[in-house]
Design a protein around this ligand. Structure first.
Ligand SMILES: [Zn+2]
Length: 84
């Protein structure tokens, strides 16, 4: 999980989160963990261990819905890039 205390200034944090992939990874890690500890939970039905798709989205094998790491967060309805 991202340790936000590692950033000693807003500029340092802005420089770290300088592309969408880094931002997406930070959200995924914060919500669902990393590596073998990772457990993607469906934001629609609560099913655990959802599949990761090749395009970086996720698919629930219970309710069969696809979702991104933004669904269910404050970023879901935003048109702004994650970097912003
Ligand atoms: Zn589901």
């Amino acid at each position: 999980m991202i340790d936000f205390s590692q950033f000693d200034s807003l500029i340092a944090m802005t420089m770290y989160f300088n592309n969408e992939a880094v931002c997406r990874n930070a959200i995924v890690e914060t919500r669902w963990g990393i590596g073998e500890e990772q457990d993607i939970v469906c934001p629609y039905c609560g099913q655990h261990h959802c599949a990761t798709r090749k395009d970086g989205k996720f698919r629930c094998n219970h309710c069969k819905r696809n979702f991104t790491c933004k669904v269910g967060t404050i970023f879901e309805d935003s048109n702004l890039s994650l970097v912003k």
